[in-house]
Design a protein around this ligand. Structure first.
Ligand code: GUN
Length: 297
């Protein structure tokens, strides 16, 4: 039976460790500010953004929320980003993805001031991350690294398999794991929908990061005995309960936990870490923009 990796507890530790930095900033007259922008009717996106705003309130970060109609002209979103770039009280800007089809995602990401890009999605910040000189580590992969660190999972020399190649998780995750840096130095393979022999790769993996967005498709029989399994998937599947759905990871938890050495649950694994690292990046952004020094772990 695997150890259960408790993302809620580690996220609470991250928030706790941020509180000294937030106090330092406030004592110097600066309240870190995070703007979230939602241009979507997707209920999951609405939930994520409202949780992010709730987190801000809890730790004393100023939350500013802008909501645009999903069918508003794309220019409204670009203008909103420009206004937030110019607002000195806003240190971090997050535009919830995905944006509607009539909006050019790349243009939105390029429009955000890289210094305020707490997602780390601006091409300048992507380039810096790949070069090993990250300004902001994208929240989910950064959160995964914190979980691996908190549970003393050795990445150096480990065989890591990242399943999924998204810009938000898979690509930055693989880039972090190969870096010559703490919680890096892993021999890292990226698998995706065209991978020929996923099971062969998984059977050799000491660390599996599942981020393909396909419910429960990695099963216990595909895993190496004792592997660490980090499940980034949050899939809504129909269920006969009050909500009409339940959340399921990319990993079939019940079978995987019998084989894995350590595993993250869904919910309560990676999700809380993504949110905690957004606060972390916002506090870091406030420090960078104001020159007020803080001590972030
Ligand atoms: N949609 C799903 N994950 C994310 C994220 O980390 N940041 C943003 N902006 N949108 C998302």
């Amino acid at each position: 039976m695997a150890d259960i990796i408790d993302g809620k507890a580690v996220a609470a530790d991250v928030r706790e460790s941020l509180s000294d930095s937030i106090t330092t900033l406030k004592d110097a007259g600066v309240t870190p500010g995070l703007a979230t922008v939602l241009m979507s009717d997707d209920p999951a996106s609405e939930t994520y953004v409202s949780m992010k705003q709730r987190d801000c309130e809890e730790v004393g970060v100023d939350g500013i929320h802008v909501e645009l109609d999903a069918d508003a002209p794309a220019q409204e979103l670009y203008d909103t980003v420009d206004e937030l770039n110019a607002d000195e009280e806003v240190h971090g800007i997050l535009v919830q993805m995905p944006v509607p089809d009539h909006v050019d995602t790349r243009r939105v990401l390029r429009a955000i001031d890289p210094a305020k890009d707490v997602d780390g999605f601006h091409p300048e910040n992507v380039g810096r991350l790949v070069a090993g000189n990250a300004r902001f580590k994208p929240c989910t992969p950064h959160g995964v690294q914190k979980l691996l660190e908190a549970y003393d999972i050795e990445t150096e020399g480990a065989e890591a398999v990242v399943v999924g190649r998204s810009d938000i998780v898979g690509k930055p995750m693989a880039n972090l794991l190969i870096q010559k840096a703490p919680i890096g130095n892993a021999t890292t393979t990226v698998c995706h929908s065209r991978t020929q022999d996923l099971e062969g790769h998984l059977s050799r993996a000491d660390i599996v990061i599942a981020a393909a967005g396909r419910p429960a498709f990695i099963t216990g029989d595909m895993l190496k005995e004792g592997a660490t399994v980090v499940d980034v998937g949050i899939n809504r599947v129909d269920a006969e309960n009050e909500k009409g759905y339940e959340l399921v990871g990319d990993v079939a938890y019940e079978s995987a936990k019998e084989v894995a050495g350590a595993i993250t649950p869904v919910p309560g694994g990676v999700g809380p870490m993504t949110r905690a690292m957004l606060l972390y990046n916002t506090v870091q952004a406030a420090s960078q923009q104001t020159g007020i020094e803080i001590d972030l772990a």
